[in-house]
Design a binder for this molecule. Structure first.
Ligand code: GUN
Length: 292
């Protein structure tokens, strides 16, 4: 059984990005510059954005964090996005989700120039991904693909079951695993809350991507011997024995599933660390594709 180490893989990719930044500089091109919008003071969003800013420093990017109060109107936010769209200094823009209830996420996503959409959430990016055209891939599914690639996990002709159909993980994951690419070329089954025979489908899977956000949902009786298990879940569960008062739990019951599989991602240290690194890779790509 191989443990797919997202922490080590991510550290390696960040070194590669830092080298690419130096190469851009030597070629007289600009330093990649990511801008992040943080609206309100959601604790988890604060943590995620801080991690993104720190990753920028680590790889040699510039970063700008713009904070806005919870009370900002949708119109004001769209105007702020348009300013960034026009700013040639900024290569990538992310608006950290979730947004306050009075702001529509789709309106905000649509306002971002697709050339700066390093989250890969804009319909132009999603459409280009589906057509297998060069574009920004959403960070979490891209991180899974990169892990499979770097560990040389065979995917062609395999049956991949994706659990969850969210716009940011399950749905793009199913597109990436099915497309004519390496990794890819899987026969994909996408499952969700209305699926009636999930256990039966999972038992037929060579690869399972669990992305439903229910701690320890996938148990050993749902997994065939030798399967590859990708755990995208990261739920904070209360824990009295940790300093923070919580512990991260994946969607997979790791201790009982791991002995059955050929490869598995742990939580923490699997898919999680890859996500921010893939955002860095998208920001680098923005300069390579569109930077002066
Ligand atoms: N909220 C949770 N995940 C993400 C992400 O990948 N990007 C943004 N912008 N917000 C998020």
């Amino acid at each position: 059984m191989i443990v797919l180490d997202g922490k080590a893989t991510s550290a390696q990719i960040r070194l590669e990005i830092a080298e690419a930044v130096k190469a851009l500089y030597s070629a007289g091109k600009k330093t990649p510059h990511l801008c992040a919008f943080l609206i309100g003071n959601n604790g988890a969003s604060e943590t995620y954005v801080a991690g993104k800013v720190k990753a920028c420093e680590e790889v040699g990017f510039r970063s700008t964090l713009k904070r806005f109060p919870e009370t900002i109107s949708q119109q004001e936010l769209v105007e702020e996005i348009e300013k960034i769209n026009q700013d040639p200094e900024i290569d990538g823009l992310i608006v950290q989700m979730p947004l306050p209830k009075h702001i529509d996420e789709l309106t905000v996503t649509l306002a971002i120039d697709a050339k700066k959409d390093v989250d890969g959430f804009h319909p132009t990016s999603v459409g280009r991904m589906a057509l297998n055209l060069p574009t920004f891939l959403p960070a979490t599914p891209a991180g899974v693909i990169e892990l499979l690639k770097r560990y040389h996990i065979p995917t062609s002709g395999k049956h991949c079951v994706v659990i969850g159909r969210s716009h940011i993980v399950g749905s793009p994951m199913s597109i990436l695993m099915a497309r004519n690419s390496e990794p890819g070329n899987c026969t994909v089954t996408i499952t969700h809350s209305r699926t009636t025979n999930l256990k039966e489908l999972c038992l037929q899977a060579d690869i399972i991507v669990a992305a439903l956000g229910k701690p320890e949902f996938l148990t050993a009786d749902m997994v065939k011997d030798g399967a590859v298990i990708i755990d995208v879940g990261i739920t904070r569960v209360p824990a009295s024995d940790t300093k923070s008062g919580f512990r991260l739990k994946g969607d997979v019951k790791y201790d009982e599933v791991a002995p059955k599989c050929s490869a598995i991602t742990p939580v923490p240290g699997g898919v999680g660390p890859m996500t921010i690194t893939m955002l860095m890779l998208n920001t680098l790509k923005a300069v390579e594709l569109f930077g002066k």
